[in-house]
Design a protein around this ligand. Structure first.
Ligand code: SF4
Length: 429
């Protein structure tokens, strides 16, 4: 029995829960759509139950159809605690929350946000055409995430992981967050595509621990998506160490702006992360070492059309564009957001008017993060479906960027020995 709910029997209060997926149940006349919230808490953050099923109501349908609802969305809602009969024999009692209303999305669980879920039953037909394209329902970046540290010394003001760490009381303040510590990692996955790390970065403090984790993950036949605001010396060491596993590793570097002209923006938003020029130099280095490379511009801090030309030739895979999730902002982040007038950068009009140029510059490497698709009011569907919906007719230009042969590059004479420091690399680039 849900004892915490029993104590509130009959009361109507605010609760929170994390949306996981839709389901169905046999109703009186026909099958009905339901949805499940997990980790349900009361307004003081006390867990009241690990899950609850609800009927699919108009409020939930509106959120889904606006493209805002997806696994990991944290919902706030008003609900009344009520007793109900359950069990096959209908001879048991328990407590539930009935008539949830005033539902709004107040945040997200980043671990779950990477999952997709099947649409509710009555939307299935609508999505059939999209399903045929083969990408809905697949996971966007990786099957699972893996981390070996708690906290991240980059201290980004928009950090989802910090917000979640605060919410789940893993840290109590920003200064604690930026003091990274080792943590006990989860079980090592096997035969998966693993994003590593997802809630910290690879820094000089964490490098050895990260190398140990990469070795373990590779030993279990995983393919790795190494995501970082890269420090040249750290990634250089990883490239050297794992050069023989280049077919199992893709680097995805987060490059959100440019140093020229917007250093102030970078310094405010990502105060302790490497400069953009170091990140671009690291991208070139990883590319020239023969690894798969991709770039994330989530959240872009300047118009991505200023960044794409600087990185496109060193990207073998994809370029992801995403907007800032304001629900993750700290108070300082929110003040900056307003002061810097960031709203304009993330407006629907801005995205719609710039999408053709992003497409033109990045060609088939361009990917829109869900945040952009949500902004456009379109559920998670592939770009080739987004563009016709927006009635944009971009000039499709498929950018071919053949990898530079290593021998032709005077920076690294041997694939096995990318022995170059950042300083010397910057001089010859
Ligand atoms: S690099 Fe990622 S995990 Fe680290 S502070 Fe920035 S957003 Fe958070």
């Amino acid at each position: 029995m849900r004892k915490e709910l029993a104590k509130k029997d009959g009361k109507r209060e605010i609760f929170y829960g994390t949306f996981e997926r839709f389901g169905k149940k046999n109703g009186y006349k026909h099958t009905e759509t339901t949805y499940i919230l997990i980790n349900v808490e009361d307004s003081e953050g006390n867990p009241v139950t690990d899950h609850l099923w609800f009927n699919y109501t108009k409020e939930i349908r509106d959120l889904w159809e606006a493209g805002k609802l997806r696994p990991g969305a944290i919902l706030e809602f008003h609900g009344r605690v009520a007793e109900y009969v359950k069990g096959y024999e209908k001879d048991e009692f328990d407590y539930k929350l009935s008539h949830p209303t005033k539902i709004k999305i107040i945040g997200c669980d980043p671990e779950m946000m990477r999952e997709q879920c099947d649409p509710p039953m009555d939307a299935i037909q609508e999505f059939d055409e999209i399903k045929k394209t083969g990408t809905i329902g697949t996971k966007e970046w990786a099957d699972v995430n893996y981390n070996c540290m708690k906290g991240c010394s980059n201290g980004c003001r928009y950090c989802y992981a910090f917000k979640m760490a605060l919410r789940f009381k893993r840290v109590s303040e920003y200064d604690q967050w930026i003091n990274e510590e080792t943590t006990t990692p989860a079980d090592i996955p096997k035969n998966k595509r693993v994003m590593f790390p997802s809630s910290h970065d690879i820094t000089s403090n964490s490098l050895e621990k990260c190398i140990e984790s990469i070795r373990l993950l590779l030993s279990r036949n995983n393919t790795l998506l190494i995501v970082s605001k890269p420090r040249f010396v750290c990634i250089e060491k990883i490239c050297k160490e794992f050069i023989d596993f280049s077919n199992q590793i893709e680097f995805r570097f987060t490059i959100t702006g440019l140093d020229e002209g917007d250093k102030f923006i970078k310094d405010c938003w990502e105060p302790f992360a490497p400069n953009i020029s170091e990140r671009i130099a690291t991208l070139k280095m990883a590319y020239r070492c023969g690894f798969k490379t991709s770039v994330s511009m989530e959240p872009y801090l300047v118009n991505p059309n200023e960044i794409i030309p600087k990185v496109i030739d060193y990207v073998t895979e994809t370029i992801w564009i995403g907007i800032m999730n304001t629900t993750n902002l700290t108070k300082m982040g929110w003040d900056l957001y307003k002061k810097d007038g960031m709203e304009a950068l993330y407006s629907k009009e801005f995205v719609k008017s710039n999408l053709p140029s992003w497409q033109k510059l990045a060609g088939e490497k361009l990917r829109l993060k869900d945040s952009v698709q949500h902004l456009l009011g379109i559920p998670q569907i592939p770009l080739k479906v987004v563009l016709p919906i927006l009635e944009i007719k971009p000039e499709f230009r498929i950018t071919q960027t053949p990898r530079l042969p290593i021998e032709a590059d005077d920076v690294f004479t041997s694939k096995k020995k990318p022995a170059m420091t950042l300083d010397s690399f910057m001089k010859v680039k």
